[in-house]
Design a protein around this ligand. Structure first.
Ligand code: AMP
Ligand code: ZN
Length: 125
């Protein structure tokens, strides 16, 4: 069933505490933890606790949970001082949802990459 834990899913195991992670924020519906192979000075993954294979299926199956993930991405960025809570610009950050193996998705449990702390090129690679 949509949202139920999957036995073979790495991020479901992180949610369950079966695989360790450096957790930076947790809410009743989400977990944010540092990427094990960071691509920027700040590289945090925000995941829903429920299992959805990618961002689109999350948004379709559980729109409020998708909103929780996006809001938490902003909270992580503020916590890492990439944006100012007072409304100043900060250095900014990028939220990425790789979708499909051709786009670099390797873990099929929806996750937002929050990247910042260095110059971010546009267009991305
Ligand atoms: P993606 O390639 O978009 O599916 O992103 C998956 C991300 O998960 C990659 O950036 C990996 O470095 C990261 N990752 C894989 N295993 C772990 C782990 N045990 N703890 C934290 N991050 C991980
Ligand atoms: Zn999962």
């Amino acid at each position: 069933m949509a949202g139920e834990p999957q036995a073979d899913c790495l991020f479901c195991k992180i949610v369950a505490g079966e695989v360790p992670a450096t957790v930076v924020r947790e809410t009743p519906t989400t977990v944010a933890f540092r990427d094990i192979n960071p691509q920027a000075p700040t590289h945090v993954l925000v995941i829903p606790k429920g299992h959805y294979p990618d961002a689109a299926s999350l948004a379709t199956g559980a729109p409020e949970l998708a909103a929780d993930v996006l809001r938490e991405a902003g909270e992580v960025a503020a916590g890492e001082a990439l944006v100012s809570r007072e409304g100043g610009p900060g250095t900014g950050y990028r939220v990425v949802f790789n979708t499909g193996s051709g786009a670099g998705q390797t873990v099929f449990h929806a996750h937002a990459h929050v990247l910042g702390g260095r110059g971010l090129e546009w267009p991305p690679g």
